[in-house]
Design a protein around this ligand. Structure first.
Ligand code: HEC
Ligand code: HEC
Ligand code: HEC
Length: 316
């Protein structure tokens, strides 16, 4: 650890010395064409960049997604396809925007990565600049079909799009199968039926592995709900009468069996949509259609509000 820090310091110092334009002049200096140039031909070893990757990337890679940045061969693949430079230096979208790692990563550390990439590129006579090729069928390609709506951590904020984080593999699998066969209809956006139908078996395996590993972490809702107290009270009454919580919440708020969904804290509008779909015969289920069969819209709304709010810290 001490050695790594020393290496990092040396690198930072050398970066600041070699790039005069990179003087610490402010946080918002543009990166791209006006970014400082590395001295061509200067060799930067992987051992120099490894501690930077370890500090800033290893908390998520490869556990939340490939690649393994500690593995030089894999890292080199991302030099070649242009993605390392693009995400870390040009766009600055890695580390994940908003993550603690992203706040902690310094421009000097980004500079180290840039210097390494350019050193690898400039290594041979015939190796020209790396041209970012997009889209590249990289290891995460299948998930790219999902994250525009569901978010990289399965907690995409768009209304009507359910959180996937915290759902089990068998549950997610069943839903994709039902969308594909048409047994379940996406009433919110109409997208899931065609998306599920076009996934290859390999892609399906990949996205199931990916999303079922993500942990539930409900973002707090600041949504203003009219008539909140009355809805919560009615929702609680109904939930107790029917026993929603006994099927849907184990101690940690997850389902009591892995084949069933987590609903506590799920988005309110999504919950309401699903309860209506069960009642109106637009979504199949072993249990739910019977549970909500005779309920009015008002009751379903009260239930959706109550179940959603249970996720905001209150004990079931
Ligand atoms: C807080 C978690 C997190 C951290 C920290 C993080 N990443 Fe990522 N990274 C992700 C996730 C999730 C994805 C997949 C979604 C995406 O492409 O935005 C990803 C994707 C990528 C991709 C695109 C891969 C592809 O195949 O398209 C690159 C390149 C990347 N990260 C590089 C890095 C580097 C380099 C670091 C450290 C400097 C880093 N990331 C730190 C979460 C993180
Ligand atoms: C255009 C936005 C969009 C994209 C892209 C998208 N989804 Fe969805 N997804 C939705 C919406 C909206 C719903 C809720 C639909 C409904 O009412 O049944 C949903 C529902 C789901 C559900 C059911 C969740 C539950 O709790 O029952 C799963 C599983 C799912 N999506 C997986 C995926 C996967 C995997 C991908 C990528 C291959 C993907 N989605 C891409 C919007 C999207
Ligand atoms: C006997 C157990 C049981 C009871 C009681 C029960 N559920 Fe369910 N729930 C399930 C199962 C199982 C599913 C998966 C669909 C199916 O097979 O019916 C489900 C699915 C759901 C879904 C869809 C989740 C998603 O991600 O799309 C919602 C919402 C839901 N239940 C809410 C409720 C509410 C609200 C109540 C009380 C009114 C309730 N459930 C009572 C077992 C139960």
């Amino acid at each position: 650890m001490a050695l790594e820090n020393l290496q990092k310091c040396l690198v930072m110092v050398s970066i600041f010395v070699s790039f005069i334009a990179c003087a610490p002049s402010g946080e918002h200096k543009p990166v791209g064409s006006s970014a400082p140039n590395t001295r061509k031909g200067e060799k930067v070893e992987f051992e120099v960049v490894r501690p930077v990757l370890k500090k800033n990337c290893a908390s998520c890679h490869p556990s939340k997604s490939a690649p393994d940045w500690m593995d030089e061969a894999q890292a080199l693949q991302y030099v070649r396809n242009g993605k390392l430079l693009k995400r870390v230096v040009v766009e600055k979208t890695m580390p994940q925007v908003g993550s603690p790692e992203s706040l902690a990563m310094t421009d000097a550390e980004r500079g180290v990565i840039k210097a390494w990439v350019e050193s690898v590129q400039g290594g041979g006579e015939e190796s020209g600049p790396v041209v970012p090729v997009d889209p590249v069928p990289g290891p995460l390609a299948p998930v790219e079909k999902c994250i525009s709506c569901h978010g990289v951590f399965g907690d995409g904020p768009a209304p009507g799009v359910p959180y996937l984080a915290g759902q089990s593999r068998p549950y997610l699998d069943k839903q994709l199968t039902d969308y594909k066969s048409g047994a379940r209809t996406d009433r919110a956006m109409g997208a899931m039926n065609s998306i599920a139908s076009t996934l290859t078996p390999e892609e399906k395996t990949f996205v199931l592995d990916y999303f079922s590993r993500l942990k539930w972490g409900t973002p707090p809702s600041s949504e203003q709900i009219p008539d909140l107290e009355r809805k919560l009270k009615r929702g609680e009454e109904l939930a107790k009468e029917i026993g929603c919580v006994s099927c849907h919440a184990s101690k940690d708020g997850g389902p009591i069996t892995p084949d069933w969904p987590r609903v506590i804290g799920q988005k309110r509008d999504y919950l309401l949509g699903q309860l209506k779909a069960f009642r109106d015969g637009q979504r199949p289920g072993t249990t739910m259609p019977g549970v909500v069969e005779k309920m009015t819209d008002e009751d379903l709304e009260a239930l959706a509000v109550f179940i959603h709010r249970l996720g905001l810290g209150k004990k079931p």
